[in-house]
Design a binder for this molecule. Structure first.
Ligand SMILES: Nc1ncnc2c1ncn2[C@@H]1O[C@H](COP(=O)(O)OP(=O)(O)OP(=O)(O)O)[C@@H](O)[C@H]1O
Ligand SMILES: [Mg+2]
Length: 253
């Protein structure tokens, strides 16, 4: 079967920095993948290349058999509406209520005017859908709360709820657990994976916590200085040491 995403000889530079260098990766529909590697190794850049937010300098990203650069605007819009990207800072509008942030998951699918209407007069059926999703992520009592008043862990659940409401087939999550304590980080990852399995979603998540990555993710992709160091089910301590070892170049920076 054609992989959902095929990354072929992918490279992306920012000035003199090679953020991603010659990456090849095939990702099948429904795969659950952890992207690991030290700060600056290229995890966010890779997620943004998959998402179409960054355009590669060299190589290409193929989505369901067709290169992103060869897709029409309409095809690209449709493809992107099926990808939920949870950024490092979660991308929530803190001044909005929880249900309004979740409605934003459908931005681009419905008109701005309709979205504004929904903000002010939320349709009952949509609220019911959002309420059910919030139940699933464990914060249904927060439906009408202002997002700014939620804890970091609760806000992460709002971001996850927004991806589910969006109807995404793929979740690209960029270290969404950095701001919470270890117990909450663990329970959020568990939830993310359970929901991905329930809905048969593809999940690619960048994560710094190696213990959690090894415990929950069946495929670990290790990035070092923009290149793939390993792509495996389990990794040894030696491989991890190599992944996080500073290069001579980094030691002199
Ligand atoms: N927009 C940008 N402009 C200039 N350089 C950038 C830009 N985005 C990323 N870089 C550089 O590319 C490299 C990879 O950055 P990236 O953000 O992908 O790393 P990361 O693995 O996500 O790091 P972290 O774990 O800290 O989030 C870094 O050297 C970074 O400074
Ligand atoms: Mg990053």
């Amino acid at each position: 079967m054609t992989p959902l995403f095929q990354l072929h000889n992918l490279s992306k530079c920012f000035g003199a920095t090679t953020a991603i260098g010659n990456v090849n990766l095939n990702i099948a529909r429904g795969e659950i993948i952890a992207l690991i590697g030290s700060s600056g190794s290229g995890k966010t850049t890779l997620l943004k290349l998959i998402n179409g937010q960054h355009i590669a300098d060299e190589g290409d990203v193929t989505l369901a058999g067709k290169k992103i650069t060869e897709q029409s605007n309409k095809e690209l819009r449709r493809a992107r509406s099926e990808i939920a990207y949870i950024p490092q800072d979660l991308g929530l509008v803190k001044s909005l209520k929880v249900f309004q942030n979740i409605f934003l998951g459908k931005v681009g699918r419905i008109s701005t005017l309709k979205m504004l209407k929904h903000f002010i007069f939320p349709p009952k059926n949509e609220l019911l859908t959002v309420h059910k999703i919030l139940q699933r992520v464990g914060i249904d009592d927060k439906l009408y709360h202002y997002t700014a008043n939620l804890s970091g862990g609760q806000q992460q659940r709002v971001a996850l709820a927004r991806s589910i409401y969006q109807g995404a087939q793929t979740i690209l999550a960029d270290e969404p657990i950095s701001a919470v304590d270890p117990a909450r980080a663990r329970s959020l990852i568990k939830l993310l994976i359970e929901i991905s399995q329930e809905h048969k979603l593809t999940l690619i998540m960048s994560i710094h916590n190696i213990e959690l990555a090894q415990e929950f993710f069946p495929r670990l992709v290790g990035l070092k200085e923009g290149e793939i160091l390993f792509d495996k089910t389990t990794v040894s301590q030696t491989e991890l040491d190599e992944l996080y070892q500073l290069s001579n170049k980094q030691l002199t920076q």
